[in-house]
Design a protein around this ligand. Sequence first.
Ligand SMILES: *[C@@H]1O[C@H](CO)[C@@H](O)[C@H](O)[C@H]1NC(C)=O
Ligand SMILES: *[C@@H]1O[C@H](CO)[C@@H](O)[C@H](O)[C@H]1NC(C)=O
Ligand SMILES: *[C@@H]1O[C@H](CO)[C@@H](O)[C@H](O)[C@H]1NC(C)=O
Ligand SMILES: *[C@@H]1O[C@H](CO)[C@@H](O)[C@H](O)[C@H]1NC(C)=O
Ligand SMILES: *[C@@H]1O[C@H](CO)[C@@H](O)[C@H](O)[C@H]1NC(C)=O
Ligand SMILES: *[C@@H]1O[C@H](CO)[C@@H](O)[C@H](O)[C@H]1NC(C)=O
Ligand SMILES: *[C@@H]1O[C@H](CO)[C@@H](O)[C@H](O)[C@H]1NC(C)=O
Ligand SMILES: *[C@@H]1O[C@H](CO)[C@@H](O)[C@H](O)[C@H]1NC(C)=O
Ligand SMILES: *[C@@H]1O[C@H](CO)[C@@H](O)[C@H](O)[C@H]1NC(C)=O
Ligand SMILES: *[C@@H]1O[C@H](CO)[C@@H](O)[C@H](O)[C@H]1NC(C)=O
Ligand SMILES: *[C@@H]1O[C@H](CO)[C@@H](O)[C@H](O)[C@H]1NC(C)=O
Length: 705
Amino acid sequence: MLQQSILVTATLFFSFFLTSTHGKIDRKSIVQQFNLHLNTSHPYSPVQVGNGNFAFGVDITGLQTFLPHNTLSSWGWHNDSLPLTANQTSIKYFTGVDLWTHDRLVNYKQPNEKENEKEISQWLIANPHRINLGRVGLWFGSRDNVTEEMVKGKRQVLDLWEGSIESSFELDGEVVKVGTVASPDTDSIAVEIRSVLLGKGGLGVFLDFPYASGKNKFDAPFVGVWNATKKHETFLETGRNGAIVRHVLDSTVYFAHVRWDGGAGIEREREDGHRYILKPIGKDEVFRFTVAFSQNSAPETIPMMEDVRSRARQWWQDYWENGAFLSLPISSNSSAKELQRRIILTQYLLAVNGAGKDPAQESGLVNNGWYGKFHLEMVFWHLGHWMIWNKWSLYDRSIGVYDRFLPSSIERAKKQGYEGARLGKMSDPSGRSAPGQINSLLIWQQPHPMYFAEMEYRRFPTEKTLQKWDHILTLIADFMASYAWYNDTTKVFDLGPPLHTVSENTKPNTTMNPTFELAYWRFGLDIAEKWKQRQGKPIPSKWPKVRENIAPFPMQDGLYVLHEGIKNPWTTPRFTEDHPSLLGLNGWLPQDSRLNLSIFNATVSKVYETWNFTRSYGWDFPLLALTAAKMGEREKAVEWLLHPDNAFDEIGMPVGGVRVPTPYLPAAAGLLLAVGMMAGGWEGGGGMTFPEAWKVEVEGFMKAL
Ligand SMILES: *[C@@H]1O[C@H](CO)[C@@H](O)[C@H](O)[C@H]1NC(C)=O
Ligand SMILES: *[C@@H]1O[C@H](CO)[C@@H](O)[C@H](O)[C@H]1NC(C)=O
Ligand SMILES: *[C@@H]1O[C@H](CO)[C@@H](O)[C@H](O)[C@H]1NC(C)=O
Ligand SMILES: *[C@@H]1O[C@H](CO)[C@@H](O)[C@H](O)[C@H]1NC(C)=O
Ligand SMILES: *[C@@H]1O[C@H](CO)[C@@H](O)[C@H](O)[C@H]1NC(C)=O
Ligand SMILES: *[C@@H]1O[C@H](CO)[C@@H](O)[C@H](O)[C@H]1NC(C)=O
Ligand SMILES: *[C@@H]1O[C@H](CO)[C@@H](O)[C@H](O)[C@H]1NC(C)=O
Ligand SMILES: *[C@@H]1O[C@H](CO)[C@@H](O)[C@H](O)[C@H]1NC(C)=O
Ligand SMILES: *[C@@H]1O[C@H](CO)[C@@H](O)[C@H](O)[C@H]1NC(C)=O
Ligand SMILES: *[C@@H]1O[C@H](CO)[C@@H](O)[C@H](O)[C@H]1NC(C)=O
Ligand SMILES: *[C@@H]1O[C@H](CO)[C@@H](O)[C@H](O)[C@H]1NC(C)=O
């Protein structure tokens, strides 16, 4: 017993403090086994280089020659012009709707058809939208008809360890080689082209710039409007070995700084377009250039190929070598190999697409979903894994969103007559939440900061951590406590109506006391109370009062159900698809003292039996895996992660399935969260929960709550 507890403590210590220790696993050889080797362009999910705030998707040429894959960033956004219809010409005319909320009317930011606010509502939903910064491809001289079918011997390798892409092909028997890297420090790509065609004037580079509009909620796979050339402007300024293209789309202005080695010239192809041709001059068979995208007209540096290559190599090596790692038995088991493939490619994908200054949008920087906006209820799924994998510097990049969005969250709560701060939902970088019924009525984003804060404190148990989160947790807990409504008849605190549950499939005006949200409210308030305790500060009396007296988990026929009063929960198709949030009661969340495990077990079986997983969203599978892992069902946990409805394509992108376009990043981030918890365990249990027969090596994971 004693020995065991020493061992546990040692493991705990090890997993808490190992963030940069080199372990025993040969990480490089495992990572490089999953380098991408392609021989054709991938039609909808590009191979990318990027840095978390900027990503550049390429086709088989290593550029955007044949396919207009996107160049997206965390800072490139655009507004359409405002509606011209009278009384809708400014966002101040948007009023939302008033809904009865227990004993009073509360204003919710929902489109108000009655007040004739349709256009301004839609404007607020679609604006600002994320923009495609531009396209960079190969130019084949006078042969503007070269297609992918005409080039031979296509080869492409993405080296995950170095963060670089090497591509090659033959055109008329001449080899063209292209190296592509992105800078970890600036939003730049550096490119090296090698070919005898360069010296013959038959090869160069084009840059092209699209317009943007909020017309499509999903702009996938390609973002931008290429044929509205009159609606925007570009201006070329040339200098020695370089040029700047200034792109003006209404009030959005940014710059593409182009620098090259050796002799070259750049010019606009046609007066009525935004395509520029960069032509090397002379007999050199190598041409190197950089394109740096920036909001700044004069960025400090525009790094060239060798610098970018070595900085990228260093960054990626650090990324792979620091934090956690796990090695599955890839040579003896094909499921293990597929899982390892997904894990490695996902790690690459998330460093490129899910590590920006704001939490990721669902499609990262691959294409646009929900106009490029990000969702605050998804932040747990997007960022949770960075903590478990001990990659705190990447977590730190966007976790400040809670502090940054406090003013708008306080205002939201105040306008609705609540205390504290109410987090929004579908967000742009300013913290404005898009109008919408679901957007205004979802509540499960509120306790996320408590989970993050508690994990951070366990890793960094300092005064600084306590202070960093104190004001945030206080304001959120105040909102949560004041949102819960004391029902004089039942003598419990109710959540809703109106509200939307995690699965957005119930009628909000009759939905109350959703089981998962009740548990999450209790969890969040509990952490907020602990936070005060640790600082020796008084706990606001409302917090424990709500936590202890919140409505019991609703049950019917010996099973937990989605929410109180739901009718036919297991036979109504609408209720047996979408996120199976009931599973979150144990697995995602630590086990609530109110949870009856035999009832929970029976509920899990009922979910398995009745659910239509074809209609699940990608993060549902890691959720299922976590529940299985927590129940000790090791084989099942892996089965869920590899479920046929939870596919990851050849590039490693999580397939959107029947609901959303590819990629759907929460499935990727959720995969890392689930395997991280299966490797690192959770409070009071876990340890390794991979199949018994698998020889799994892990290092550096942090225990979950
Ligand atoms: C291209 O790659 C695929 C998948 O790896 C392979 O099946 C196919 O044979 C390759 N084609 C060529 C021409 O190399
Ligand atoms: C878009 O418009 C909103 C509301 O007027 C403003 O706050 C925001 O800064 C604008 N964003 C861009 C990229 O123009
Ligand atoms: C705009 O508002 C004014 C003042 O309330 C009203 O008189 C007018 O009819 C409205 N116009 C439209 C097109 O709704
Ligand atoms: C492509 O263009 C070249 C030169 O303009 C011409 O000789 C050739 O026939 C064209 N090929 C095709 C497939 O159109
Ligand atoms: C631009 O292209 C879109 C889709 O391809 C088309 O619907 C639209 O009519 C085009 N607009 C113009 C001005 O050509
Ligand atoms: C791989 O591991 C899984 C999970 O334990 C197991 O179900 C499967 O049979 C194994 N496959 C092989 C080929 O060993
Ligand atoms: C009080 O709770 C009961 C039972 O859940 C519910 O039917 C009733 O609507 C609640 N009262 C109010 C005013 O919400
Ligand atoms: C709920 O909303 C619907 C419309 O969405 C309405 O028809 C119904 O009367 C409302 N029910 C309650 C109890 O407010
Ligand atoms: C859990 O629920 C079962 C079935 O309703 C019941 O028999 C059991 O006593 C409950 N366990 C606890 C600890 O309350
Ligand atoms: C719940 O299910 C797991 C896995 O089937 C089992 O190990 C555990 O004993 C069950 N717990 C209860 C209380 O039924
Ligand atoms: C499950 O969902 C898929 C995709 O929407 C649908 O085609 C299928 O009919 C559904 N299955 C059942 C049993 O409802």
